[in-house]
Design a protein around this ligand. Structure first.
Ligand SMILES: Cc1cc2nc3c(=O)[nH]c(=O)nc-3n(C[C@H](O)[C@H](O)[C@H](O)COP(=O)(O)OP(=O)(O)OC[C@H]3O[C@@H](n4cnc5c(N)ncnc54)[C@H](O)[C@@H]3O)c2cc1C
Length: 412
């Protein structure tokens, strides 16, 4: 008997699930509400698509929180980053690894080409893709899947893979639909929160918008001068409303999880200790007595931010370094090592690259992605309580869990 499977959601997880299930001998229908597959992949990595992360899967897995990493272990070993790249390479798309381990298509190929390739990959095995098919509910009887509601009708199916994604960037089609259906069937959710999202500051400086700081450590504290609870090193981008870029995204989940207000500060010289920087600036001031405080501070920020940095340190830029009192020099060092950028008023969930929270992992079998609540139901991708860091980790989680769900659902 040929199993009939409905896959709901043609994103990263859904495409892999549909392909794998059809390859495993199932008759597969993929229902996608948009008129194309992979809308979120199209905007991934700024349109370039950070496909996955390089390295052994053990290392890739270790970047997730402990419970998520435990859950991902079987799927990450069953369907690896190399396995995914082979799909692309076999179909003529070259990829390269950036020095930080992030993997992208070799340009001019971009996210659009990735989606086109994967759309073909799904079609190769005869998956019946239905576009404009917005599912409105799941139907189960006595704890077993019996069908899917779409267009006012019920499509019968005893095996259903739900991969409707998260709820950020709702214009891409991910409006959190799956969570409503799953809770109605008895699944529970870890509360949804922003992750990999920009930070909106209480006193944002719109005129700094567009300025970027390279190789900066952004730290989060429980209020100004409070205990540090998260840090991330990389690029930092100022926006109209506050901060973005990998560092802001990297600390956003931890900030969003806290009820009290968080303060953020930038270490503009993360490779030096406070003492090393102080000795360095003092030496420069002595060796070049005419050097001003402004030129001592200039290497640490773009020109537009030099004056604000000096103001924050309480140091007049034109003061010759040689005449700078030790107290002022120390204040400059302290500001370079931890420039207070303000308090975070909001972390917008809808602007996140992923949503933290989702279906409780204990309710899903990590070997098969089969629901432990409803027979015949499989869950994969971002709908689960999984949110990795920036770097290709989230797409890898979707590729791997999708693959395993498709494989398991096709098994008789
Ligand atoms: C701006 C941005 C940039 C990103 N960049 C990267 C990156 O470079 N690298 C990386 O690893 N991750 C990146 N991510 C995260 C990554 O895109 C997601 O983790 C991944 O797409 C999740 O895959 P998924 O299949 O679970 O969900 P999605 O890819 O979101 O797919 C869900 C699909 O379900 C469909 N759907 C939803 N509801 C219904 C319904 N009712 N009926 C039918 N279909 C429905 C949606 O239309 C969608 O096609 C980025 C995310 C964003 C927002």
């Amino acid at each position: 008997m040929t199993p009939e499977i409905i896959v709901i959601g043609g994103g990263a997880a859904g495409m892999l699930a549909a392909r794998r299930a059809a390859e495993g001998g199932a008759k597969v229908t993929l229902l996608e509400k948009n008129d194309r597959l992979g809308m979120k992949i199209l905007i991934s990595g700024g349109g370039k698509c950070n496909l996955t992360h390089a390295g052994p899967m053990e290392q890739v897995r270790a970047k997730f929180r402990a419970n998520e990493a435990r859950f991902l272990k079987p799927s990450f070993y069953r369907s690896t980053n190399e396995d995914f790249l082979k799909i692309l390479h076999d179909r003529g798309m070259a990829t390269y690894v950036r020095p930080d381990g992030r993997i992208f298509p070799v340009e001019p190929a971009n996210a659009k080409d990735v989606v086109a390739l994967l759309t073909g990959y799904v079609a190769e095995v005869g998956v019946n893709v239905k576009y404009g098919a917005a599912v409105t509910g799941l139907v189960a009887d006595n704890g077993r899947m019996t069908g899917v509601e779409v267009g006012g009708k019920v499509l019968k199916a005893e095996r259903v893979i739900v991969c409707t994604g998260g709820s950020s960037y709702p214009a891409t089609g991910t409006t959190g639909d799956g969570w409503k259906w799953l809770t109605a069937l008895g699944h529970t959710l870890v509360p949804l929160r922003a992750a990999l999202a920009p930070l909106y500051l209480s006193d944002a400086e719109p005129e700094w918008s567009g300025v970027a700081l390279r190789e900066t450590t952004l730290r989060a504290r429980s209020g100004p001068g409070g205990k540090e609870f998260m840090r991330w090193t990389g690029d930092l981008l100022f926006t109209h409303k506050g901060l973005s870029g990998p560092t802001a995204l990297g600390i956003s989940r931890e900030i969003a999880e806290r009820s009290e207000e968080s303060a953020v500060e930038a270490d503009l010289s993360p490779t030096q200790t406070w003492e090393e920087l102080q000795i360095d600036l003092r030496r420069q001031a002595i060796e070049n007595p005419r050097k001003t405080a402004a030129s001592l501070a200039a290497p640490f920020v773009p020109a537009r931010l030099l004056e604000p940095l000096l103001t924050s340190a309480g140091v007049a830029g034109e003061t010759r370094g040689a005449y700078l009192p030790a107290k002022s020099l120390n204040k400059l060092v302290t500001t370079i090592k931890g420039w207070p950028l303000g308090t975070v008023r909001h972390v917008p969930l809808e602007r996140g690259e992923v949503v933290a929270g989702g279906v409780v992992l204990e309710e899903v079998d990590p070997q098969s992605m089969h629901s432990k609540v409803v027979e015949g139901l499989y869950l994969c991708g971002e709908i689960l309580d999984i949110a990795g860091p920036v770097g290709g980790y989230n797409l890898q989680a979707a590729w791997s869990t999708g693959w395993v769900a498709g494989e398991a659902a096709a098994r008789l």
